[in-house]
Write a protein that binds this ligand. Sequence first.
Ligand code: CAA
Length: 285
Amino acid sequence: MAREFSTVGVVGLGIQGAGVAEVFARAGVAVVGVEVDLDALERGRALVEHSTERAVAGGKLTEVERDQLLGRITYTARLADLADCDLVVEAVTENLELKAGVFAEVDRITPPDTVLATNTSSLSVTEIGVHTGRPERVIGMHFFNPAPVLKLVEVVRTVVTEPDVITDVENLLRRIGKTPLVIGDRAGFLANSLLFSYLNHAVLMYEQRYATREDLDAAMKYGCGYPMGPLALLDLIGLDIASEILDTMYKQSRDRLHAPAPLLKQMITAGMLGRKTGRGFYTYQ
Ligand code: CAA
């Protein structure tokens, strides 16, 4: 029988985690959002509030639905408050040690049949899962930014993930309006593997002064119908995240398409991470 997931925990309420919390809450699921401290919780809450304001402005939600959505999310700085969750989605910084620590702790706190998912973009789900006593209930659940808008979720199975867990998660994702795609555990999975070679290529062309940032973005937006050009998209994703994804893919594939463009590293060192720091390839207010 299909498993009902009624309470979902989300650990890490950055842009991705806040988006994931919003998606579940919008579909009527109770969400427990966890962050390290009260300041981070307030930032997470503000992200959900801002995003749902846009949804109302765009006619995607009514004011009443927005209030109900916001009312389904509780915010806490204690992982122990995840004790009643039947699914926990981890969305903390892309760092294996950090994620492994969160998984070990959540494994201790939650009932044995709780499904533990990671929103990692490029790290090995298998490696994260072995830090728990239930690797067969560990899965990748990779959302795309902005999570409330984009439909795809890559469901990453490892060699030990139980088939029932995959089916339950696929059904849940369909129930909340997403399009799941089940794939194996490989750096970059499917979409990022294709996308990031292209984004990296755009940075190299810009670095070599082959084209201006505006021309690069216009080419893909108006010539190929992409919603935004590659440099604008990198600013949205965050250059630090993009570089980590490329690094991980390059280590595994040794494909030079994945070797991060030197300019990316320089911009990161200079603090130009994209929208979140106010400056990347473009400047933001
Ligand atoms: N809930 C539901 N809908 C919402 C919403 C919310 N919280 N916020 C906005 N929307 C809707 C809007 O109403 C609007 O709908 P319509 O198109 O029907 O009018 C739509 O979403 C677009 O929103 P905006 O008008 O506010 O913004 P925009 O038109 O400038 O689009 C964008 C912005 C959605 C980011 C679009 O440019 C886009 O899809 N860009 C590509 C993003 C992309 O490629 N992401 C993948 C990155 S890679 C990744 O994420 C993987 C990783 O591991 C890092």
